[in-house]
Write a protein of this length. Structure first.
Length: 481
């Protein structure tokens, strides 16, 4: 509702200039003029295009400037398909909400930090163009301030490291930024910016020799190997790795490998990817759907005093899924995204997976009468958590969002304790190599819960639970109780 009211306000404000302009035109019109000259088709289209651009300006600026470096390709395409301002306002609200680390609070720390970075870039990196458009601005806005920064604003004498060939040369102005870790890219990320035109506009480069001001001066700025006569400076221009570096002293380091540099250069220009973006957005915005029926249960099996195996099980009725023909069989699929967080919304762990159901066409009716089940085991410390699960029918598009509190029990080594009692339609031992691995596996047993606890008379029902701290008496060495 807030997004709707906001969009209406924006629309009204944007139309005011047009209304006032029309009013002024009417006032300025001579009362003796009774017939206005009709607009030509070209003038009419030009006016419509101008109005369209005026209405789109705030959103175009948001898309192409404000979030240009952090919006994913899928989000960009989705935004461009929106038809109304109300839809755009709702999209923008969801865009920031799904990135908010504390959605329960009024402040959106991610959004505030993002616009702070833009302001900092414009203030510190501008060079004939706005700072946010520069390479330094893009990296700063996307990844924040570097952990370490080495600046050479005037260039000057430079002692090359051994993996660049060693020796002394003179450089253009340059900066080296180091990030200890960037998610999705790796550790020890070194980024170099060079200003070869001496204009203040630094460009990100993947060629460490680009800062060498004496590169094209014969006999100047030689590497150690070139000084000893073991290499020629001309050899630098015959390299096939996109650089003009000299022969390194010793073995080439991994970070100087041409493929590593190219991969890092490409990754630095991409926003982080999310597997099931629509499902994660639904979780973070707490949208509640009840279209795709789904049953959820959680069971707890303590492992140690500090760790409890949380057994999350989801169940779907196949009759609620939509099947489609593919490769000669009928298939249905459900994408699942889950998030476990603390009560203050700090994320503890995420999980995402796909449940698929296949059936020969002639047995589709029988398959529709069955159930599909999914299980995820998550080790958690004792305490209270939130579990959010979103499931989406890939074919039909139906969605369900579910939230429940997880009260993870604490095991007392001094007391006799029991786990949850699980009513299961399958209990069996697993091979030694599969112990503790795969869905439904608890230690040495495979236990498939019946989520709704309903069994027919002819079905077998298994009962599974664990007992902890079940000691023996001192004389007979047999369990007490």
């Amino acid at each position: 509702m807030n997004a709707t009211r906001l969009s209406i306000s924006v629309l009204c404000l944007s139309l005011l200039p047009a209304i006032s302009a029309v009013a002024q035109d009417k006032k300025s019109t001579s009362p003796r003029e009774t017939v206005a000259r009709p607009m030509t088709e070209k003038e009419r289209k030009k006016k419509e295009e101008k109005l369209r651009k005026e209405l789109e300006t705030p959103y175009r600026k948001w898309l192409n400037e404000d979030v240009a470096y952090i919006i994913t390709d899928e989000e960009r395409q989705a935004f461009k398909r929106l038809q109304t301002d109300e839809e755009r306002e709702q999209f923008i609200e969801q865009f920031w909400l799904r990135r908010d680390p504390t959605p329960d609070t009024v402040e959106n720390e991610f959004k505030e930090e993002h616009y702070r970075r833009i302001a900092y870039s414009n203030e510190n990196f501008a060079s004939g163009i706005p700072g946010w458009k520069t390479d330094r601005g893009r990296i700063y806005i996307t990844y924040g301030p570097p952990d370490e920064k080495e600046t050479h604003p005037s260039g000057g004498t430079y002692e090359r490291p051994t993996d660049e060939g060693g020796g002394t040369t003179s450089t253009f102005p340059f900066e080296q930024w180091r990030y200890r870790y960037i998610e999705g890219i790796g550790t020890d990320i070194n980024i170099e910016f060079v200003d070869p035109t001496m204009s203040g506009e630094y460009r990100m480069t993947m060629d460490p020799s680009e800062k060498d001001a004496l590169l094209y001066v014969p006999g100047a700025g030689l590497t150690m190997m070139e000084q000893m006569g073991m290499a020629s400076k001309n050899d630098r221009f015959n390299r096939s790795d996109g650089t003009h570096l000299g022969v390194p002293q010793g073995q080439e380091s991994e970070k100087m490998n041409e493929f590593s540099r190219l991969e890092q250069f490409a990754k630095l220009q991409k926003p982080p990817a999310v597997k099931f973006k629509d499902l994660e957005a639904a979780v973070n915005s707490r949208i509640s759907y009840n279209i795709l029926p789904m049953k959820v249960r959680a069971d707890f099996f303590p492992l140690t005093e500090a760790s409890v195996l949380t057994f999350v099980t989801l169940q779907f009725d196949n009759k609620d899924l939509q099947f489609h023909a593919k490769d000669g069989v009928q298939k249905a699929a459900v994408n699942i995204f889950g998030k476990v967080s603390t009560m203050t919304r700090r994320i503890v762990t995420n999980f995402e997976d796909t449940v698929e159901v296949t059936s020969p066409p002639e047995y589709l009716q029988q398959t529709a009468q069955r159930k599909s089940i999914y299980n995820k085991s998550v080790p958690l410390a004792p305490g209270t958590y939130r579990l959010n699960v979103v499931a989406k029918d890939v074919v039909g598009g139906n969605l369900n969002s579910y939230e429940v509190a997880l009260v993870v029990p604490r095991m007392d080594n001094e007391k006799l304790m029991a786990s949850n009692i699980v009513l299961a339609d399958l209990i069996e031992h697993v091979p030694t190599k599969s112990i503790g691995m795969g869905q439904f596996v608890i230690g040495t047993s495979k236990v498939r819960p019946r989520v709704d606890d309903i069994f027919k008379r002819e079905e077998k029902m298994g009962i599974y639970f664990k007992i902890y701290n079940f000691g023996t008496d001192g004389e007979n060495r047999i369990p007490e109780g």
